[in-house]
Write a protein that binds this ligand. Structure first.
Ligand SMILES: *[C@@H]1O[C@H](CO)[C@@H](O)[C@H](O)[C@H]1NC(C)=O
Ligand SMILES: *[C@@H]1O[C@H](CO)[C@@H](O)[C@H](O)[C@H]1NC(C)=O
Length: 359
C-alpha cells in the first residue's frame, strides 16, 4: 500500500522531470574532450566490486572486520581488511583493504540504509547545487554529498588506512567503489586521492549513484578521473536524481561519464541482461535516461547482488567482544577499527574458526 503510493509519487516526480527536461530543445553544450584513456568496462571486475559495495552495508562489524560474513566469500574471499571507519554521528560507514584480484587497495562506501531510503530518495529531488568545488572554477556540487566525505571522520580514516596500506604493499593501484550515496562519496574520495594526495593510479566504479554536481564539475571530473565507470540498472530511480533540466543549463546537475546501463530484454523465460556502454557525455540519452526511472527495487540489486543491510535497522551497528580492542573512538562515539597490516592473520578469525584450519 505504502510502496504503491511511493511508486506513484516517484512516477509523478519522474514525469515532472521529463516535462521540464523536454520543454526546451536547448541542450547545454559543454565541450567534452575526447580522452585517449577512456575506461575499459570489465564485467568480471564489476561483479567483484559490487560485492565490496554490498559487504560495506553490513552492520555486524565482527563479521565484517574478520571477513567471515556470508557476503565475504567467493570472488572476494582473499580480501585483507585494513580499516573500517564508522561515523556514528552521520550514519556513515566505509572500509579500506587490499585484494589480490584485482591487485589493488579497495575502498568501499556504504549508502543510505534500509527503511530510510525512500525518504532519502524523495529528498534528493530538492537538492541544490549550493557549494563551489574547491580549485575548480564554476564547478558546483551539493553540500550534503561533499560534506559526507570531506567533513566527517570518514576522510581522515580513509587517508590514514591508504597510507598504511601503501607502506606495506608498495605502490599498488586504488579502486574506489560504493552504491547510492556511497557512490557519491566514492567519487569525492577518488578526486581527493588524485588531486590532493597525488595518487596517480585511481579507478572508480559506482553503482546507482545520484548526480553530484553541474556540467562543469562533470567535465573536470572526467579529465581527472577518466578511469571511472558509473553503473546504472534498469529503472533505478536514484541515477535520475537530482533531476537533469535541459531548460536550466547553468543550474542543472550533470552526470560524469562513463555510464554502463544494465537492462533486460526479452520476455518471460527468455529475459537476459544487456550491458550498454554509454557515450562520453555522462548524459547519454540512449542509456538510463531513455526510461522513466521510478524503481526502488532496481536500486537495491545490481548484478544479482543485494545492496542493503538486511537487518533494516538504520544506523545500528553490532560489535562483538574483543572487537573494540582493535578500535579507537572519539568523544562523539565515531570509531575506527584497524588491523596491523603486517599481521596477515586476524586473531578474531582464529577464534571464530573453530576447526582451526590453517590460514
Ligand atoms: C577483468 O577483471 C578481472 C578481475 O580483476 C581480471 O582477472 C581480468 O584479467 C580482467 N580482464 C581484462 C581483459 O582485463
Ligand atoms: C562541517 O560540519 C559542521 C558540523 O557538522 C558544520 O558546522 C560546518 O559548517 C561544516 N563545514 C562545511 C565547510 O560545510
Amino acid at each position: 500500500m505504502i510502496m504503491e503510493r511511493r511508486r506513484r509519487w516517484l512516477l509523478l516526480l519522474a514525469l515532472l522531470t521529463c516535462l521540464f527536461a523536454s520543454s526546451a530543445g536547448r541542450e547545454w553544450k559543454f565541450k567534452h574532450k575526447v580522452h585517449s584513456q577512456s575506461p575499459v568496462y570489465n564485467h568480471t571486475l564489476a561483479t567483484i566490486l559490487v560485492r565490496y559495495a554490498s559487504t560495506v552495508y553490513l552492520s555486524d562489524l565482527t563479521e565484517l572486520f574478520s571477513w567471515t560474513c556470508d557476503r565475504c566469500d567467493g570472488l572476494i574471499k582473499d580480501f585483507q581488511m585494513i580499516e573500517i571507519i564508522v561515523d556514528v554521528q552521520h550514519c556513515l560507514q566505509a572500509f579500506v583493504g587490499v585484494a589480490t584480484d584485482p591487485n589493488a587497495i579497495i575502498i568501499a562506501f556504504k549508502g543510505t540504509q534500509g527503511n530510510s531510503i525512500q525518504n532519502w530518495i524523495e529528498d534528493l529531488f530538492w537538492k541544490q547545487l549550493d557549494i563551489d568545488y574547491p580549485g575548480m572554477p564554476d564547478a558546483m556540487v551539493h553540500h550534503g554529498f561533499y560534506n559526507a566525505y570531506h567533513n566527517t571522520t570518514i576522510r581522515p580514516g580513509i587517508l590514514n588506512a591508504v597510507a598504511r596500506a601503501k607502506e606495506f604493499y608498495g605502490d599498488i593501484g586504488i579502486i574506489v567503489t560504493g552504491h547510492s550515496m556511497g557512490g557519491a562519496m566514492a567519487s569525492f574520495c577518488a578526486l581527493d586521492l588524485r588531486v590532493n594526495q597525488k595518487e596517480n593510479n585511481v579507478q572508480v566504479m559506482t553503482f546507482g549513484q545520484p548526480r553530484i554536481g553541474n556540467a562543469i564539475f562533470a567535465t573536470y571530473y572526467s579529465e581527472i578521473l577518466p578511469q571511472t565507470i558509473r553503473v546504472t540498472n534498469g529503472n533505478d530511480v536514484v541515477p535520475h536524481m537530482p533531476p537533469y533540466y535541459t531548460y536550466f543549463p547553468q543550474k542543472t546537475y550533470h552526470h560524469f561519464p562513463t555510464e554502463v546501463w544494465l537492462y533486460n530484454i526479452g520476455l518471460r523465460s527468455l529475459v537476459y541482461q544487456v550491458e550498454k556502454i554509454c557515450d562520453a557525455s555522462g548524459e547519454d540519452p540512449t542509456c538510463s535516461r531513455s526510461v522513466i526511472g521510478d524503481s526502488i527495487s532496481d536500486h537495491l540489486v545490481y548484478y544479482g547482488v543485494k545492496l542493503m543491510d538486511e537487518t533494516w535497522r538504520p544506523c545500528k551497528i553490532v560489535t562483538g567482544p574483543g572487537l573494540l580492542d582493535h578500535g579507537r573512538s572519539d568523544l562523539e562515539g565515531n570509531f575506527v577499527l584497524s588491523r596491523d597490516v603486517a599481521t596477515p592473520v586476524l586473531k578474531l578469525k582464529i577464534q571464530s574458526d573453530a576447526g582451526g584450519k590453517p590460514l
